[in-house]
Unconditional design. Structure first.
Length: 539
């Protein structure tokens, strides 16, 4: 799509986008209310009882969230077409297809958009009516921009759900039949949208086109498909009404191109500055960390936020089914599985981890451990390669049970190769959906006399106060026995001073609004290269 321009005020927004002004006028006439305009949503929206706000996601799309039947609803505002104009657009698309054959297959969407713009310049003319004669298209001046937007929305974007893709505040999109499109909003939680596909036949056609576009076509023979969108978001389609009783359905788990930083997580109280500082020391000194939790608890978000703590000169290999990991270090090799094709041509996570081990990286990051690759991850740790991964388990006890049971079958005596297990959960606090690091736990080792693995909880989230308690102060095995000794500290207790120093740096970033993922990484790199004073004066 075109480069997005975001309006800061309602006056500027309406001036640039007449359709927004018309929408507000119609809404005001129907409800006798005028929505508030906010340049960017923030957590204050959670506290508005009768919400009625509009915010921009990039011209010409705006989002209206308001109350309907005592429930919050999500209404995209974009240039729309009448039924007659939609039929005209389909005829214009046929003209465009004739010209498209003159161009070589585009290598990416940027080239496709450039080709489209050239075709528009050739065929579109302003006139007194909308009409097509041969390959010449004449349109009203008031219709041209709306026509181009809607064509690009279909060809380059994702059609009716393009506003949802553009809205960075959305984590998850679910379509259940033609009329029930739901989202998970980062601030407001689960919302129903006003988007509709018209009927299930149109949704079936949409699903088929979308699946073909990502190279995983659905059909009655293959009604369920999992794929990855160009931006890295996860896509799941259930095509057949035989399988999905309420009609075709789809789910998109959105992927943010720029990850959330550790400072943002501290700002949201997902974790404390002390917990972030603990992870900083752990990754600086080569500890293996698994982030565990249930679905949608924010595991991958935490892993991405942690990665800037790894020394900037480190060699990092990541291995994933779906490319979600982002490492800012220069020496980062991203490996992705290949599930399609003949059996002998497929590449599994197990294969990728074997390849990573041969390359002797400083860190191996596994998107998610589910099966046989778990044994390879523990083999990597045994040979001195620290590993970061996510794992589906709601507690340390369940994590150990799953690793030592089928299908992973790690010997329980191997569990002490893992150093730290962070538990991440989605929780409700005072009716609000939040994500919290509920505990950070150290794996001390397997002790035969105990008949199992000894673990110690160094941080614990208190749900009554929504605070993170440092239970491991002056009592941390990892800090004192593994990090302080490696750092050559004469007194292991000195490591706590170092932890609080790192916490102060994180709090300074928070105070000075240093939230950007890459800017946070730059400050951490400055700390490694020039020391604490340079980091504290970083702006």
């Amino acid at each position: 799509m075109v480069e997005f321009v975001v309006s800061d005020t309602i006056e500027v927004a309406v001036q640039r986008n007449p359709h927004l002004g018309r929408y507000i006028d119609e809404y005001r006439m129907l409800t006798q209310r005028t929505p508030s305009f906010i340049p960017a949503p923030d957590n204050s929206l959670r506290d508005i009882a009768n919400i009625d706000v509009i915010y921009p996601v990039g011209d010409p799309i705006f989002i209206h969230i308001y109350m309907e039947n005592d429930a919050k609803v999500y209404q995209p505002i974009e240039p729309t077409l009448s039924l007659e104009e939609q039929l005209f657009m389909e005829d214009v698309m046929s003209v465009i297809l004739n010209f498209a054959s003159d161009y070589p297959p585009p290598e990416n969407e940027a080239i496709l958009e450039k080709n489209l713009d050239e075709i528009f310049a050739k065929i579109l003319k302003i006139g007194s009516a909308n009409k097509i004669k041969g390959t010449n298209v004449t349109v009203l001046a008031s219709f041209k921009d709306r026509l181009i937007y809607n064509i690009k929305r279909e060809v380059l974007g994702l059609g009716p759900i393009e506003p949802l893709i553009r809205d960075s505040n959305i984590e998850d999109i679910s379509g259940i039949g033609a009329h029930d499109i739901f989202i998970v909003h980062k601030i407001l939680g689960s919302l129903k949208t006003k988007i509709t596909f018209g009927d299930n036949d149109r949704l079936s056609l949409y699903s088929k086109r979308l699946s073909e576009r990502v190279g995983r076509p659905v059909s009655d023979k293959t009604p369920i498909v999992d794929a990855t969108l160009p931006d890295g978001s996860r896509l799941s389609i259930v095509y057949s009404s035989d399988v999905s009783a309420r009609g075709p359905s789809f789910t998109i788990r959105k992927f943010a191109d720029i990850p959330i930083s550790i400072v943002q997580l501290v700002r949201y109280n997902t974790m404390s500055a002390e917990e972030a500082a603990y992870l900083w020391l752990a990754l600086e000194y080569g500890q293996s960390v698994f982030v565990c939790g249930e679905t949608a608890s924010g595991k991958t978000t935490v892993v991405n936020a942690m990665i800037p703590f790894i020394r900037p000169e480190s060699k990092i290999f990541s291995a994933e089914d779906t490319p979600e990991i982002r490492a800012p270090q220069d020496a980062w090799q991203q490996l992705v599985t290949r599930e399609r094709g003949a059996e002998e041509s497929r590449v599994t996570l197990f294969d990728l981890l074997k390849t990573a081990l041969r390359s002797r990286p400083n860190y191996i990051i596994v998107g998610e451990i589910r099966g046989a690759e778990g044994s390879m991850a523990f083999q990597a740790m045994q040979t001195g390669h620290p590993v970061i991964s996510t794992f589906h388990a709601a507690s340390v006890r369940k994590m150990i049970q799953r690793f030592t049971g089928t299908p992973i079958n790690i010997p329980v005596t191997f569990m002490d190769n893992l150093n730290i297990a962070l538990i991440q959960q989605a929780v409700y606090v005072n009716g609000k959906f939040l994500r919290r690091t509920t505990s950070i736990n150290e794996i001390e080792g397997y002790f035969e006399e105990l008949g199992g693995v000894s673990t110690k909880q160094v941080f614990q989230w208190d749900p009554t106060t929504d605070q993170h308690v440092f239970r491991g102060l002056n009592n941390s095995y990892i800090l004192e026995k593994r990090i302080a000794e490696t750092a050559g500290m004469p007194d292991p207790k000195m490591i706590y001073e170092e932890l609080f120093k790192r916490a102060r740096i994180i709090e300074m970033m928070l105070k000075n609004n240093i939230f950007s993922y890459y800017k946070v990484f730059d400050l951490i790199k400055t700390f490694y290269q020039k020391g604490e004073a340079a980091a504290l004066s970083f702006r």
